[in-house]
Design a protein. Structure first.
Length: 158
């Protein structure tokens, strides 16, 4: 299997993997950025660490390279609108227009999410079209929501 056939079959196989929907947020100088991501996983418990995979063409990519602090907002079941808002470059200017956003030590976070995991990027690894950012957890807010928003089979699972 090669080329476009391999990519097609890979995409089809990945539709069988369900993931929590997250919004990665950060700020550099006066500019806030947020991006919907499902390629987010825990790395270790000691110390608490996370991995976030970001496409190099995403506007937040440059911010993460410069700022080194970010928040993983684990979306609640009722936050499909926020997931959609942060997944399209056309909506970049309106992502932070709601009262659901706050700042903690200069990092924007969504206070309606299931949880907010604040990280300091301690390393990164470039691979093809993406960069893997390694984040040491520095703060966590759990909002005790009913459950996270999930994505699988090409759609939100609610």
């Amino acid at each position: 299997m090669k080329g476009s056939e391999l990519k097609k079959e890979f995409i089809n196989s990945m539709r069988g993997v369900s993931s929590t929907v997250n919004v990665i947020s950060s700020q550099y100088e006066d500019t806030k950025h947020a991006m919907t991501a499902s390629s987010v996983v825990s790395l270790s418990l000691d110390p608490p660490s996370m991995l976030v995979c970001v496409n190099k063409e995403a506007s937040i990519h440059q911010i993460l390279e410069k700022e080194r602090f970010f928040c993983i907002n684990i979306l609640a079941k009722d936050q499909i609108d926020l997931a959609n808002l942060c997944s399209s470059a056309d909506n970049e200017d309106s992502r932070f227009n709601s009262e659901e956003w706050s700042l903690m030590q200069g990092i924007p976070y969504n206070n309606e999410s299931s949880a907010n995991i604040f990280c300091r990027c301690f390393d990164s690894f470039s691979h093809s079209s993406h960069t893997v950012f390694f984040g040491e957890v520095v703060e966590v807010i759990n909002n005790n929501k009913e459950g996270p928003l999930m994505y699988g089979a090409g759609k939100y699972l609610v």
